[in-house]
Design a protein around this ligand. Structure first.
Ligand SMILES: Cc1cc2nc3c(=O)[nH]c(=O)nc-3n(C[C@H](O)[C@H](O)[C@H](O)COP(=O)(O)O)c2cc1C
Length: 352
């Protein structure tokens, strides 16, 4: 019979993380306390050079622990340990009985929530659905909805243009090579190729080309990057109910604000699942525009570094440069869940 802490972690390990990296390990300290040892991937991931995407994932996990704890009538207080490095933050979690804590309605979708990268229904979201999602994000965030054919087409074009950067950058190739598990519909520590949202012929070609950067660069030159970009970006960008942007009302200042935003992301995503809807994050335009704004060098290819500057203007045209600070972006819609998905490492593998 496992303890309450183990049962909570058994569920919370289903929290999503960028590229399914599961950037956390658990240390059990007692019947009502544990330490979560997190890390970011800035040393070897071009999508995480400032650590913010990993910090969002850390928040996603902490929120999931809190929701999982609610099944036991427990409150989970999380405190970032003083002195732990921003690249390796440690969170001390204390569980305590609290009569005000009732089982969360989101408990039953923690394990079934999954990213959907394929086309969704174009049925518009109802007012009730949008209200539930805005409430889930919480009062510190506004949700911007990008709906209707024209606005969705502009968002899809943005993703399509942005994907060219992603697919032609050697630094991104290194990441993709590491995180894709080929010929799989499930992967416990990466993304199975079947969950990428491209057809089998394109997958076979991608697998062949991604054996080496030289081979991929040659294929990009000969064939362009149209096929994967059409399937992974343009078509799904239109085939959804809406794109959304989660905007913080206050400018995020550092790690704690990104962790807090991650907690909102998970409430939002679990509510999507609770409503029977699907979601795919679309983080790369936010990530690369952040690099441009903060003068972060992300590629050794000058031409690509320059092209990101153009994407910044396109992003602003789609999501507005006005009020709020975008922390998370994606698309949502009705439709079936993905058939292929990332699973997780076992709890035993995640315990230090
Ligand atoms: C902070 C964060 C950023 C993500 N960014 C993207 C993204 O830009 N594109 C994408 O297709 N999936 C993105 N994902 C989805 C993850 O790859 C996915 O959640 C993870 O592989 C686990 O799979 P699951 O959600 O099906 O359980 C992101 C997830 C998180 C938590």
């Amino acid at each position: 019979m496992s303890t309450a802490v183990e049962q909570i972690l058994e569920l919370a390990r289903w929290a999503p993380s960028g590229d399914n990296t599961q950037v956390w390990r658990f240390e059990l300290l007692g019947p009502d306390s544990l330490a979560v040892h997190c890390h970011d991937t800035r040393a070897d991931c071009v999508y995480d050079l400032d650590g913010h995407p990993s910090q969002l994932s850390h928040g996603v996990l902490l929120e999931t622990i809190a929701i999982a704890a609610s099944a036991h009538g427990l409150r989970a207080d999380c405190l970032r340990r003083a002195g732990s490095a921003d690249t390796h933050p440690v969170y001390d979690v204390r569980l305590s009985a609290d009569q005000a804590v009732v089982p969360s309605p989101l408990l039953d979708v923690i394990a079934s929530r999954s990213v959907q990268r394929r086309p969704m229904s174009t049925r518009a979201l109802t007012g009730t659905e949008k209200q539930a999602l805005e409430a889930a994000a919480g009062s510190a965030y506004d949700v911007m909805w990008i709906e209707g054919f024209g606005p969705k087409l502009r968002a899809a074009r943005l993703m399509f243009d942005n994907a060219k950067l992603r697919l032609t950058m050697p630094e991104a190739y290194e990441v993709h090579r590491r995180v894709i598990e080929w010929n799989k519909s499930e992967s416990s520590d990466r993304i199975p190729d079947q969950a990428l949202g491209v057809d089998n012929a394109t997958l076979r070609l991608m697998k062949w080309a991604m054996v080496s950067w030289d081979r991929l660069a040659t294929m990009n030159k000969l064939m362009g990057t149209w096929a994967p970009r059409l399937q992974m970006d343009l078509v799904p960008g239109l085939a959804c109910a809406a794109h959304f942007v989660l905007k913080a009302r206050r400018q995020p200042q550092g790690i704690d604000d990104y962790v807090e935003a991650g907690r909102a992301v998970q409430r939002f995503w679990l509510t999507v699942a609770k409503l029977g809807l699907q979601l795919q994050p679309e983080m790369t335009p936010l990530i690369f525009s952040g690099y441009v704004r903060n003068n972060i060098r992300f590629t050794r290819i000058d031409k690509l570094q320059r092209s990101a500057t153009g994407l910044l203007g396109k992003l602003d045209a789609v999501i507005g440069s006005g009020a709020g600070y975008p922390v998370f972006m994606g698309r949502v819609g009705a439709g079936p869940a993905a058939r292929a998905r990332s699973t997780r490492k076992t709890l035993a593998q995640l315990i230090k």
